[in-house]
Ligand binder design. Sequence first.
Ligand code: 13P
Ligand code: SF4
Length: 347
Amino acid sequence: MAATSLPQRNARPDGLPLPDLYARVSRHIPAIEWPALAPDIEAILRLKRERNAVILAHNYQAPEIFHTVADIVGDSLALAREAITVDADVIVLAGVHFMAETAKLLNPNKTVLIPDMRAGCSLADSITAADIRALRQKYPGVPVVTYVNTSAAVKAESDICCTSGNAADVVRSLGVPRVLMLPDEFLAQNIQLQVPEVEMLTWAGHCEVHERFTPDDIAAVRDSYPGITVIAHPECPPDVVQASDFSGSTAMMMNYVTQKRPSQVVLVTECSMADNIAVANPDIEFIKPCNMCPHMKRMSLGNIRHALETMTHEIIVEPTLAERARRAVERMLAVKPTAAPTPVLKS
Ligand code: 13P
Ligand code: SF4
C-alpha cells in the first residue's frame, strides 16, 4: 500500500504570501478570524527559516496548521518514513507524543520538538512494557506486533510495529500462525478479517475517538443521504467498519476520496480530516458526523510558534531503549507493501 500512504508535501507554505495562504483555507476559516491567526503564521514561517526547522503534521491537525505552516503532512506511516530523510536540524511534530517519539527514534541526531508534551493517545496509555513482558510469558514464542500508537518502552519489548496503513502486510510478513496484535483490539479484529490465516490475540485498548462510532450512526447517515460513500478508520469497532464502503489509514482515506471522487462522503474519523481534504476538493460534499481527538487538538499555531521560539519541548529517548524500539519500527518499514488498497472485507 505504498502509494496509499505517501505523504503530501505542502507547496512551500513559506514561499507564499499570506493572502495566498488564506485563500487555501478561506472556506474553513472565517475572514474575521484570519487577523488573529496571521501573526503566528508569519512568525512560524520566519522561525522555520531561522532554526532550519520543518513541521511534520498529522492528517488530524486543524486546517490552519495543516494548510499554512506544515511542510509535510500524512498518516503515521508516512510521517515515520519522512522523519528518516529530514535533513533540517529541527523537526517540529504537530501530532501526538508517540509520533514525535517515533521521529526521534528514526532520526536520533535531530532535535525533535513537540509543542505540548501532554498530547497523548488513549491507545498508547492502554499498555505498558510490563504488560508486554507478561504476555510473552503467557504466550511463549508468539511474535508481538505493536501498533505505532505506543510508547518507545512498549516498542522496545516488541518484535515489530505496524500502522493502520500496513498492519495486514506486517502480519503476513511474519509467516506465523499466531500473533499478539496489540494494543488496539478493534484494529486487530478488523485486520483479522483481512488475514484469516493468522490467529490474532488481542488487548483491550481502544481509541477514545473511534470507539464512540456505532453502526446506528452509519445507518442514520445512509438514511439521510442515500447513496453516500462511507469511509471508516480501522480503529472503529468492527461492526462500524463492516457497515462502511472502505476502511484504511488516514492517508488511504484521503487517497480513496481524491481518486474515486464520490459526490457525497462521510469520513468516520477525527473531525479535521474532512476539512483538510475538502480544501483541495471543493466539488465533494463532506457530511460531518465526527469526533474530536483532544490530544491532536492540543496543537495550535500559538504553541508551535512557542516551540520554535524556545526550542521546547524536546523529545529525549534513552539510547539503549531507543535502539531496541528503533529495531521494531525499522522492521516494520522494511516490510514490502502490497500494491492494492484494501476494501472493507465483510465477515
Ligand atoms: P493513521 O496512521 O491512520 O494516520 O492514524 C493515526 C491515528 O492516531 C488515528 O487515530
Ligand atoms: Fe490516539 Fe485516537 Fe487520538 Fe489517534 S485519534 S491520537 S488513536 S486517541
